[in-house]
Design a protein around this ligand. Sequence first.
Ligand code: FAD
Ligand code: NAP
Length: 336
Amino acid sequence: MIIDNHISLKTYNTFGMDVFADNLIYILQENDLFDVLENQLSPIKIIGGGSNILMTGDIPGFVLRNEIKGIEIIEEDIHQVKVQVGAGEKWHQLVLWSLSHNMGGLENLSLIPGSVGAAPMQNIGAYGVEQESVFHSLKAIHLNSGATKIFSKEECKFGYRESIFKNELKDQYFITHVTYLLKKRNHDLHLEYGVITDIIRQKGITKPTIQDISAAVIEIRQSKLPDPSQIGNAGSFFKNPVVSISKYQSLKEEYPDIPSYPVSETEVKIPAGWLIEKSGYKGKTFGNIGVHKNQALVLVNYGGGSGLDIHSLSIQIQKTVLEVFGIKIQTEVNIW
Ligand code: FAD
Ligand code: NAP
């Protein structure tokens, strides 16, 4: 078991917050985790790529950094393949690996930062696809009892940027492996998000492949989103709110350009980025921190900003959006 004491986590979180962990333990294999549990070390926090966490202060106790690797085909037939992945693999490396084997299902989720183990945590999603669409099961170890449990898709209770691990079972399990079912042929192409089709058309591609979709997603993301290695951020800070059709209609009378996407017969999703932009925050800076100039959903640390400052700004934004639109936007990022 490798332990670093009193170590800065600046390079372990994409906001680049310079906070200190009392102890950082690298979990390279399941046995490292069992050692931690046998020694009853606590309190424990788990970290993957640190791309969905806002650290607001130093962290007492033990931070476990998940570094369990490995991508293994455990079953296959002529149509599909079951792939078990060590939770410490980088998500985008898994996507690239799947594309190099022409396995379909992950292409719309290209270039999402972070680890495979954190993907089920908030059921990562982008461009009309969520990881649950190819999820088979995951293996996790209970932090109190040390018991191993396999969670089926149903047991994970996936929702929009949600799972049981963000709710009822928050901070209770360490996810060690995730298994996905990927298609080998007759790929289902998800082109609902118009920007993807626009890029594919511009390139003159008439029969897009999963590799073309991935390339389009990568191009869009690189042109729009701040690269955490240049500007600290954790992607979308808030979730898109879902409101009733009647609420949406009353807002539309006042704001005819308000965008919306249907969720069900009675509800629509309104992009939180639009609400924040209309509330006057897009591109605003407050000392070392601010709201990104291209995407108001992304809060940024220009360098030297503190987690507490970002947290205060997020509360201020929530308050303004509530005052202006009567909608409470919820945080997506995990606040530590
Ligand atoms: P971390 O930030 O390390 O952890 C997140 C949470 O999961 C924490 O609560 C942590 O304790 C817990 N956790 C991590 N690993 C484990 C484990 N093995 N077992 C148990 N608990 C664990 N998200 C999307 O959904 N879609 C996007 O398109 C997207 N784009 C992004 C773009 C940028 C530029 C950035 C910075 C972030 C983006 N995100 C997106 C958010 C983030 O990348 C994902 O949520 C990602 O899955 C987080 O992975 P991570 O390993 O960095 O998790
Ligand atoms: P965008 O294209 O500017 O669109 C704004 C919002 O509108 C998105 O959040 C998306 O909701 C919604 N939307 C757009 N087209 C839609 C359609 N055809 N059907 C349903 N909803 C639609 O968004 P963006 O910021 O550039 O992000 C693009 C994609 O990457 C989105 O799916 C977004 O979730 C994902 N992303 C996520 C994060 C994160 O940290 N969670 C960070 C960056 C990008 P959805 O968010 O529900 O898809």
